[in-house]
Design a protein around this ligand. Structure first.
Ligand code: CP
Length: 304
């Protein structure tokens, strides 16, 4: 269904294609429970991780995912590359492609950089997060985790709270969840919510406390300080008070609420440290599922 294509954005996929990737990820998750967590599916294929921005979860899990499928995985280091001598992004990517690789996984700080490379390269390009645009595999692993815990996603109500304007995760989650029949409410200070966000099909609230009682899932976001040119809120303390999650706010909510966060978490800002031990916190499940989802994406694009 997706063989040979790029994965730049969940906005580009149909609901059927998203469900296919989630089903494939379910099969991949079974592989990860075996004593020998490796299958020969991508033997002879080469995947290059081209990360121009820092990452812990995405880069490591793409590497593990490729290796679990027996692909050769190469991690490109921007800091020690010829980018430091002035080589362009396009030349860098085309030279990597000339080494006869099968897929490149790209993270870049500029929104649109991955779509640009996808047009320039013949091999499948997978978006590992571009600026404030999209982070499609994070969106897929978030939806996979919700589906795993809730049985299905259709009809669920999901809150996404925090720095919506600068969050590529928010955008991928919104596109993916809406395509699978969820309702989405975004929550944040007006300075961190795009004025036309309702055009995406979501509703808007300015109080985390207000939405907690009416949603099945809350996805908390990190404040993207690196993408803000000037401060968008008076202080971290004030932000945390109105838009953070703590045990006090959680004390009356449904036992079925899922608490999610893409990571890295600023403990004490968007989540109080005690929430790390809350029974409804599935943040590390998201990380575990990230490997299965990325195996599914690599298989779908370059397998066979
Ligand atoms: N969620 C996420 O993208 O984390 P990393 O920045 O560590 O990859």
């Amino acid at each position: 269904m997706l063989r040979g294509r790029d994965l730049v954005a969940l906005a580009d996929l149909s609901g059927e294609e998203i469900l296919y990737l989630l089903e494939t990820a379910q099969a991949m998750k079974e592989v990860l429970t075996r004593d020998i967590k490796k299958v020969p599916t991508l033997r002879g294929k080469t995947v290059v991780n081209l990360f121009f921005e820092p990452s812990t979860r995405t880069r490591t899990s793409f590497e593990i995912a490729g290796k679990r499928l027996s692909a050769d995985v190469v991690n490109f280091s921007a800091a020690t590359s010829s980018l430091t001598k002035g080589e362009t992004l396009k030349d860098t990517a085309r030279n990597i492609e000339a080494m006869v690789v099968d897929a490149v996984v790209v993270r870049h700080k500029a929104s649109g950089a991955v779509r640009y490379l996808a047009r320039e390269l013949d091999v499948p390009v997978i978006n590992a997060g571009d600026g404030s645009h999209e982070h499609p595999t994070q969106g897929l692993l978030d939806i996979f985790t919700i589906k795993e815990r809730k049985g299905s996603v259709e009809g669920l109500k999901v809150a996404i709270a925090g720095d919506i304007t600068h969050s590529r995760v928010a955008r991928s989650d919104i596109h993916g969840l809406l395509k699978l029949g969820c309702q989405v409410v975004v929550v944040g200070p007006p300075t961190m919510v795009p004025p036309d966000v309702e055009r995406l099909g979501v509703s808007v609230s300015s109080s985390v406390e207000e939405v907690l009682g009416e949603v099945d899932v809350v996805i908390m976001l990190r404040i993207q300080m690196e993408r803000q040119s000037s401060p968008l809120f008076p202080s971290l303390r004030e932000y945390s008070r109105y838009f953070g999650l703590n045990m006090e706010k959680l004390k009356d909510v449904s036992r079925d609420l899922l608490i999610m966060h893409p990571g890295p978490v600023n403990w004490g800002v968007e989540l109080s440290p005690e929430v790390a031990y809350h029974p409804r916190n599935v943040i590390l499940d998201q990380v575990t599922n990230g490997v299965a989802v990325r195996m599914a994406v690599l298989y779908a694009l370059i397998g066979g």
